[in-house]
Design a protein around this ligand. Structure first.
Ligand code: ATP
Ligand code: MG
Length: 212
């Protein structure tokens, strides 16, 4: 089973979401590998700092042949791919090979609309694979997603996940410590703990909803 996080628009939270998913899956002792196709190799590099017993199996691929080899070798395992924010051949292959495509998308700017239209054109070129849209990095006060739903509904093979990932500093901070959000422990600060619990619940709920 291949789960690919993909959107050609940059900065929509592909890597952040993927990181927190894989750290929770590791906690759940799931058997999986990760392929990091993001140019910045964030997941690959973060994993270098993870304590030995928690290390993830993270691979990188620079071309299609390398990617195909990794996919073939690990075909019996769950494979999670973080794609880069562009529509080049290697990212297209990661989309084509996916059994499930997770597409994080923001809601609050015209650039999201334009960005989605570009991605939609690539999906059409790839024969309209099904995508699961995740509203991500969303202002906690934002409750109305109707505008962006109006845009994404033009792509008929999209479903919108009911889980939403809120914009919270703890998502970034935990990554900075080489940890997933669900690995953070509560502190003495109760408002910090409330936000932490909310973020942890979002990631666990997302994994449940995806069924991985
Ligand atoms: N839920 C969140 N809360 C707070 N900040 C977030 C959240 N999700 C993403 N961010 C921030 O938004 C920025 C972009 O996120 P990220 O790198 O995950 O996007 P991306 O889609 O992987 O980008 P690229 O296309 O460049 O690979 C980062 O600074 C990240 O820390
Ligand atoms: Mg990224």
């Amino acid at each position: 089973m291949i789960l690919t996080t993909a959107h050609t628009k940059g900065g929509v939270s592909k890597t952040t979401t993927t990181w927190h998913i894989i750290c929770e899956l590791k906690k759940q002792k799931k058997d999986f590998i990760v392929i990091d196709l993001d140019h910045q190799r964030t997941i690959y590099n973060l994993n270098l700092y993870v304590r030995e017993k928690n290390k993830l199996a993270v691979f990188t691929a620079d071309n299609i042949s390398q990617l195909n080899k990794i996919l073939e070798k690990h075909q019996e395992q769950l494979i999670i791919i973080d794609t880069g924010g562009n529509g080049d051949q290697i990212n297209k292959l990661a989309i084509q090979k996916a059994d499930m495509i997770l597409t994080p998308i923001g809601v609050d700017s015209i650039t999201e609309v334009i960005g989605f239209k570009k991605f939609e054109a690539i999906l059409k070129e790839l024969h309209n694979p099904a995508i699961k849209i995740l509203f991500s990095n969303i202002n906690p006060r934002c409750k109305n997603f109707e505008d962006i739903k109006g845009v994404t509904s033009s792509y008929k093979n999209a479903t919108t996940l009911s889980t939403t990932i809120t914009s919270r500093a703890n998502y970034k901070q935990s990554m900075g410590q080489g940890l997933g959000i669900t690995e953070l422990q509560p502190t003495k600060n109760s408002s910090y703990n409330t936000r932490l619990k909310k973020s942890q619940t979002e990631i666990k709920q997302l994994i449940k909803e995806l069924g991985v």
